[in-house]
Design a protein around this ligand. Structure first.
Ligand code: NOJ
Ligand code: MG
Length: 531
């Protein structure tokens, strides 16, 4: 079986507001992405996923869509989009859009109709309920951004449901007309030539038909955010979602080599259902375990083994280290260990997704109170749940505003941008950017690293090690996940192996059979008799 592009390839997520601004409004745009395609080609990624670019009031920065078939003027025009798609394809890169099916904007014409009257033909395209007997919301469900998930509509005397902001009413996927209309949206973009979609909150799309209360979460602490006070037992992950995912999959398959990636935050056993029976679901249910797991060798080894073991027959793995919702990896682990994490991401079996800016090792960016943009932070301030710190503009060079904009950037840059930017790192052999380029190049030339099998190797201490092999080639990846030096004895077949790449850019030391790993060092090794 030959591997598909989305199995071999590496995906790169762009948060479009923050990548490159071309018109001086301080907000990134499609022309900006087009300008930077050569950078992405040189980096060595295979596919770009762009967070939403559709017309939007921007209550949730594009995840509140007011027109599923257009481009927000802040980002450009449909012609700009077509040009970007063609330019990406001309460089052999794929382009994925973000499909947001769970909810629209409250400014979407469908919702404006739906709220016009109880008898409007589109009333049932959203989720309307009477008040509870005695008044108040229909049940106890809580928005993911805090507060009741139900919003009272004075004019029609009912509540509507919103899993996120009240400006993001949930669509009713139990309504066949809504479902058909959304499938048409997918067709619209597939016909235009997009290579697939990242599907926003796929597991949220269907709710229990009778809307029972969610049970309390026994492990809740207020610092988690109010959404975690309840278990989302009835508001998410309903069995009917799999039929919808299968319909999307059938459609995507009609177009040939397209990919569907589901955003799903669920425990492993639940997550696996999203591959669908006999692979009829999404191609890649996002695997966020590297974002969520405690960073230690034993735990990660067990997690990798459990994930591999849980995959259904034919299910292709994938790994994510960062996205626009979670703290940056270098903020979490520090720059040195983030380099090891990158080596892990790019050498595990499965499709990796990189997050823009992580290739520069950008760390935590403090956002002053008067510059906060994220509605998540504004609704539950001070818990550290705000997402602005991971959405700051890409620093390109040493010109004003790091070359991101000639205007005022919508969010501040990483304060170390004069040193930490693309132009500077491109000239430094040991920079995070060059490590990414070298890892991506290695992955491209060694099939073992992309589509090869994986076998975990028993280790001690902070070492995590595994073997990858394909077509008779066998490689060893060994990572020191700790901040102390580690002695590591490779398996017999890899003794005296030669170093293909270390996360630390100077020669390695050994003492006979063992390799000495420096703090935060990862290595990829090839045995001498490999080729
Ligand atoms: C998940 C997205 O990743 C997040 O940024 C957004 O706020 C919610 N879905 C709502 O669309
Ligand atoms: Mg702009």
């Amino acid at each position: 079986m030959t591997a598909r592009w989305w199995q071999k390839g590496v995906i790169y997520q762009i948060y479009p507001r923050s990548f490159q601004d071309m018109d001086g409004d301080g907000i990134g745009d499609l022309k900006g992405i087009a300008r930077r395609l050569d950078y992405l080609a040189e980096l060595g990624i295979d596919a770009i996923w762009i967070s939403p670019i559709y017309p939007s009031p921007m209550a949730d920065f594009g995840y509140d869509v007011a027109d599923y078939r257009g481009i927000d003027p802040r980002f450009g025009t449909l012609a700009d989009f077509d040009a970007l798609l063609a330019a990406a394809h001309a460089r052999g890169m794929k382009l994925l859009l973000d499909f947001v099916p769970n909810h629209s904007s409250d400014q979407h014409p469908w919702f404006i109709e739906s709220r016009a009257s109880r008898t409007n033909p589109k009333r049932d395209w959203y989720i309307w309920r009477d008040a509870a007997p005695g008044g108040g919301p229909p049940n106890n469900w809580i928005s993911d951004f805090g507060g009741s998930a139900w919003q009272w509509d004075e004019a029609t005397g009912q509540y509507y449901y919103h899993a996120f902001l009240k400006e993001q009413p949930d669509l009713n996927w139990r309504n066949p007309d809504l479902r058909a209309a959304m499938m048409d949206v997918l067709r619209f973009w597939l016909d235009r030539g997009v290579d697939g979609f990242r599907i926003d909150v796929l597991w949220h799309m269907v709710k229990a038909a009778d809307f029972p209360d969610n049970p309390p979460n026994p492990d809740y602490r207020p610092s988690m955010g109010e959404m975690h006070s309840l278990l989302q037992l009835h508001s998410t992950d309903q069995p009917e979602i799999h039929d919808i995912a299968a319909e999307m999959r059938r459609l995507a398959d009609c177009y040939g080599d397209r990919v569907l990636i589901g955003e799903i935050y669920l425990p492993l056993d639940r997550l696996m259902h999203y591959y669908g029976r006999e692979q009829a679901g999404v191609h890649l249910p996002f695997n966020f375990q590297l974002i969520e797991a405690p960073w230690n060798a034993r735990g990660l080894a067990q997690m990798i083994a459990a994930y591999e073991a849980a995959l259904p027959p034919g299910g292709w793995p994938n790994w994510v280290l960062g996205n626009h919702d979670r703290p940056r990896i270098a903020a979490r682990l520090g720059e040195a260990q983030a380099r090891v994490a990158t080596m892990l991401l790019l050498t595990l079996r499965g499709t990796p997704t990189l997050y823009y800016g992580d290739e520069l090792g950008i760390g935590h960016v403090e956002i002053a109170a008067d510059r906060v943009q994220d509605p998540r932070e504004l609704r539950e301030p001070g818990l550290g749940l705000g997402r602005d710190p991971v959405r700051t503009p890409m620093p390109w060079d040493e010109s004003p505003n790091a070359g991101f904009t000639t205007g005022t950037p919508w969010l501040p840059l990483n304060p170390d941008w004069p040193m930490r930017n693309v132009a500077r790192q491109a000239g430094e052999p040991g920079s995070p950017l060059m490590l990414h380029r070298r890892l991506l190049a290695l992955r491209r030339t060694h099939a073992a690293l992309s589509i090869g099998d994986i076998r975990l190797i028993d280790t001690e201490g902070d070492m995590l090690a595994y073997e990858r092999h394909a077509d008779g080639e066998r490689l060893l990846v060994a990572l020191n996940l700790g901040h102390d030096p580690q002695r590591f004895v490779p398996p017999r077949w890899a003794r005296g192996a030669c170093l293909l790449l270390s996360t630390i850019d100077d020669p390695v030391a050994g003492d006979g059979e063992a390799l000495m790993f420096r703090p935060d060092e990862g290595m990829i090794l090839a045995p001498q008799d490999n080729s």
